[in-house]
Design a protein around this ligand. Structure first.
Ligand code: NAP
Length: 309
């Protein structure tokens, strides 16, 4: 039994140092994209959500810039954003401060961003040609899609020169997207999971179970000496999905990347997936009229806040 550093043999010490380094390096784990580039496996989410009346929450006193900087200092290498979130200036400020204060480089930070969210009747195959041009013109390295259903991504796949590298959509134990993820895996499209906690951490939502106090989640958290949010993020990583947890709290930001020193078993993944009800926390009610709306147009239950894009 080890009782102190002085009793460690040099060989064991080297192994421990290597293990420690492995743990640190784990925050730089990447998935390989089908275009040859690499994408870091956890991204900080930067949409600050909406007030009950649908107004977008904005960053105050650069709170989001601080969150971005904390995240990068904690080992995140990837920030997810969009013009629609109205936070891009804060994302830029956070990245700049991180680079300046840590003698880092802009190229060390992977940024995923999107179009402006306006509704257009243009066929997405046509829009995609513009995305391909952005690659041909070296304006971006990789291109992907968000909120496409299986039929749509298959149609895009068959009618594109550059194939989508990622698909960003909602995934968590109440919407497991098994068929979509299987297809993406077969085509080496990386699935990025937004709302990785679903309605699980909230108390007031109308989301189906589980809640954070569910015995299965508590049991897994105790078994692995982790928190329930960490179990939910690891559930995604263990399904080869890229989670996008959002937080502006330093401690929770750090917690959400500290998920690389344990692994769920396939039985535990199956138990969590059994909560699936194809339940979407995010409904995008303001896109319902679009002929290519990708999901079921669900009527809201009483008390449920409409989610606008
Ligand atoms: N492509 C799309 O259409 C789309 C749609 C929705 C979202 N997204 C992206 O996905 C990101 C994440 O999705 P989301 O914002 O809907 O939800 P989310 O990340 O599932 O949940 C965010 C909520 O969880 C809390 N939280 C985070 N970590 C926690 C922890 N360790 N313990 C307890 N609570 C914790 C946060 O509060 P605190 O801040 O107080 O910690 C916040 O209230 C967005 O920010 C955005 O970048 C994309």
């Amino acid at each position: 039994m080890l009782s102190g550093r002085s009793q460690l043999s040099p060989k064991l010490l080297i192994i421990l140092i290597l293990l420690h380094r492995l743990q640190v390096d784990a925050t730089t784990v990447t998935y390989k994209l089908n275009d040859g580039h690499e994408i870091p496996v956890v991204a900080l989410g930067t949409s600050l959500g909406h007030l009950p009346d649908g107004t977008r929450v904005l960053s105050t006193n650069h709170s989001l810039a601080r969150a971005v900087q904390w995240a990068l200092e904690a080992g995140y290498k990837h920030i997810d954003t969009a013009p629609l979130y109205l936070v891009e200036d804060d994302v830029g400020l956070g990245v700049r401060n991180f680079v300046k204060n840590n003698a880092a480089h802009r190229k060390d930070v992977y940024v995923t961003t999107k179009k402006n969210g306006s509704i257009s009747s243009t066929d997405y195959l046509e829009t995609w040609k513009g995305m391909e041009d952005a690659v041909f013109l070296n304006l971006t390295k990789s291109i992907g899609v968000s909120n496409f259903n299986l039929t749509q991504i298959q149609r895009l796949w068959s009618n594109s020169i550059i194939k989508p590298a990622v698909l960003q959509t909602e995934v968590n134990p109440t919407i497991t997207e098994t068929e979509l993820i299987k297809w993406c895996k077969e085509h080496r499209v990386v699935v990025m999971a937004y709302s990785p906690f679903g309605g699980i951490l909230g108390r007031k939502t109308n989301a189906p179970p589980p809640r954070a106090d569910d015995p299965l989640l508590i049991g897994l958290a105790e078994k692995y000496n982790k928190t329930v949010p960490q179990i939910l993020l690891r559930y995604l990583v263990d399904r080869n999905v890229l989670p996008i947890p959002r937080s502006t709290n330093k401690e929770r930001i750090e917690q959400n990347i500290d998920i690389f020193d344990f692994q769920l078993t396939s039985e535990e993944i199956a138990e969590l997936s059994a909560f699936n009800r194809n339940y979407r926390l995010r409904n995008f009610v303001n896109w319902y009229d679009h002929p290519q709306f990708p999901f079921e147009r669900k009527s809201l239950s009483p008390g449920e806040t409409p989610y606008k894009a």
